[in-house]
Design a protein. Sequence first.
Length: 388
Amino acid sequence: MLVDTIPESPILALIDRIFRLRAAGEEVLGLHIGEPDFDTPPGIRAAAARAMEEGQTHYTSSQGMPGLRSAIAERLARRHHIPARADDVVVIPSKFAIYATILATTSPGDEVLIPNPTYLFEEPVRLAGAKPVFVPLRPDYGLDPAALEAAVTPRTRLIIFATPGNPTGTLLDRRDLQATIEIARDHDLIVASDETYESLVYEGTHVASAALAYGAERVVTLGSFSKTFAMTGWRAGYAVAPPPIRARMVKVVEHTLTCIPPFVQEACRWALQNAEPDAERFRGEFRARRDALVPALESIPGFHVDRPHGAFYTFPAFDLPLSSREFCERLLAEEHVAVVPGVSFGPAGEHHVRISYTRPTAELLEGVERIRQFVERHRSGAGSARPL
């Protein structure tokens, strides 16, 4: 079966070990999870409760409720100059939107270009029966248009990437994005831009690919409420797509999810219209954590850290004679600190780890000190892993 070709996720394996440690009464510093540690703001929760009390608990449009689609289109036009209309929007969980986009743009055996390292696009590409083709990023984790062009074959249909990036926190450059769109036009390809972290930018300006595409005829924009408004458990996001792709994506929703619950959609609409101060508060806290975490990590022997400009991740390289999986497994066993193996994000992530700054600063700095102890012990050749 096709699904049997998908290997076990290193992240899920790590989470299983964390659960086992915590079940045994052990404390684990969790610097692995890509989830804000803030509660969903009270106004958003109240909006969902009101909608339920008003009876909004039944089926609704598979494309999404018109009021929310209008609010999404307005926000994207105002913030990022994307020429979106309500009819261009599909309300869909952002992770499922990735899969739906691949289904809507490829056939089995087609190729999808994935800049590497990046978010977990490989698995949904394989689930759709397409072939992932990893394309190296530049050393600064920027897009390399020349490498992308060189990777195009007659089977290529889609280029997919994230900005700001996960796991790198990199904000992609306008010129590279424009060049990528030109490659897509020259070779009749679609570009999918995952902009889940567009609200979490600390330096520079987020550039939306669809704003560069002369009517966005070749670009699918993917977004989420999860990170912006601390709504990860609500499973709410959106896609903005050209009409043929949008129609196919709606068909995918019709025959899988049916629709996003209407009370969740009402909460999302309220968030877009009222919760921007909460989003700014979250951004300020994440920036302060980043500014404390990065110099602390840079002080660890053999750690090499690029300062992230967005999202809430760092992606340091290490020079120990361990794979990234071994590093994470031993760090968890010996110091009870959880970080994510870099290889989870593609082959170029080897000898890196992803560290999320989604915990309070004191916990981050405690985690750094434990990582320092681990690194110094293994650099001296004295490392020993205890069984989990």
